[in-house]
Design a protein around this ligand. Structure first.
Ligand code: HEM
Length: 330
């Protein structure tokens, strides 16, 4: 707690007057509040951040100690997602966001995502593979695939059409009803068996809980996503290099760097010779997760054709196909 200098009397009188005015407007008696201050306890750090509650949330499904790392790191990630969404909302909901504010908030978002990319080795390297392969079985059919905040970040980042499965994108229009566009969102296809059209249980459960919310969210984000905010800015100024670079950086962080750090972890734990083990969410993850196949790009307008063609390619060559990380490394 900070120690304040004694308030000069005229300042104190001013404060009292202001308080009186405040309470009078809502018909309250200031004296009751002032007396209340006499009995009120000091705020503590642990109450302020709800430390006991926070530390009571890491409830394991098994007794393997490394499962605690797995749960906690997911929770940390979700908290960063929350901070990212808050910045995105502040950019998107302003009708006349300034370039300086937009750029400052994009830098914040990028700083958070950089943390997530840099720390992903906590997953990739930081757990004993033997423990992971056992405790993960108790988590089926739960999967990070069901992270609604991750989906909200994607929806707030870009025009919805860019999240539509690229095989059918050319058949659809950006201004079609959201329900129709949503039917073709890329992750549905990723979690659907193409020959039978059967959805994985992971996807079914996710849709039961969130489909309604996400469609409404996407409808609202048509006008409040980052790209529309950028376009609004473009109507009265030519955005400078700093903002453009920040948007490109964000695109790379989410759709290449994070995606591949995540994929690398999946390779380490789930890829075993002669064949890979099934993911808890049941996708064909080797085809589904790598950005080079998916080519998910939030801001296609900000990249050249060659850059788009090579999306994620150099990362795979450097990190995945080198001897050190050859499939099968335990
Ligand atoms: C050892 C750690 C991890 C492994 C082995 C792993 C594995 C997988 C796999 C195989 C999928 C494909 C869906 C499925 O079939 O389940 C997936 C999807 C996903 N996971 Fe993870 N994951 C790990 C950690 C995390 C963490 C820490 C997060 C953070 C929230 C996360 C978020 C996601 C998301 C958002 C998807 C959907 C990605 C997309 O649709 O492109 N994962 N994960």
């Amino acid at each position: 707690m900070q120690h304040h200098q004694p308030v000069p009397e005229d300042k104190q009188a001013q404060l009292l007057e202001a308080l009186k005015a405040k309470f009078e407007t809502s018909g309250q008696d200031i004296n009751a509040y002032l007396e209340g201050l006499l009995y009120a306890d000091y705020l503590s750090y642990w109450d302020y951040i709800h430390l006991d509650t926070l530390l009571s949330l890491q409830n394991q499904e098994t007794t393997f100690p490394d499962e605690m790392i797995f749960i906690t790191y997911h929770q940390i990630t979700e908290l960063y997602f929350k901070m990212i969404l808050s910045e995105m909302e502040q950019i998107g909901k302003q009708t006349d966001v300034s370039e300086a504010d937009f750029t400052m908030r994009m830098s914040r978002i990028n700083r958070y995502f950089e943390m997530l990319v840099q720390s992903f080795d906590i997953m990739g390297e930081g757990m004993e593979a033997a423990q992971f392969r056992k405790f993960r079985l108790s988590l089926t059919p739960a999967s990070g695939f069901q992270s609604v905040q991750f989906r909200m970040i994607e929806i707030r980042a870009t025009e919805f059409i860019n999240l539509v499965d690229k095989e059918v994108r050319h058949e659809l229009h950006a201004d079609q009803p959201m329900r129709e566009l949503y039917e073709h969102i890329y992750w549905k296809r990723g979690a659907t068996e193409l020959s039978t059209g059967k959805k994985t249980l992971t996807l079914q459960k996710f849709e039961e809980k969130y489909e309604h919310t996400l469609i409404a969210f996407a409808e609202e984000a048509r006008h409040t996503n980052l790209w529309t905010a950028y376009e609004r800015l473009q109507t009265h100024t030519t955005p400078g290099e700093k903002l453009i670079q920040a948007m490109r950086h964000f695109d790379t962080l989410v759709n290449i760097d994070w995606a591949l750090a995540h994929f690398k972890s999946a390779m380490r734990y789930l890829h075993q010779e002669p064949e890979s083990v099934a993911a808890t969410g049941g996708t064909n993850w080797q085809q589904y997760l790598p950005p080079f196949f998916q080519k998910r790009i939030f801001y296609p307008e900000l990249w050249s054709d060659t850059e788009k063609q090579n999306w994620g390619k150099s990362w795979v060559e450097k990190h995945v196909l080198t001897q050190k990380n050859k499939p099968g490394k335990k």
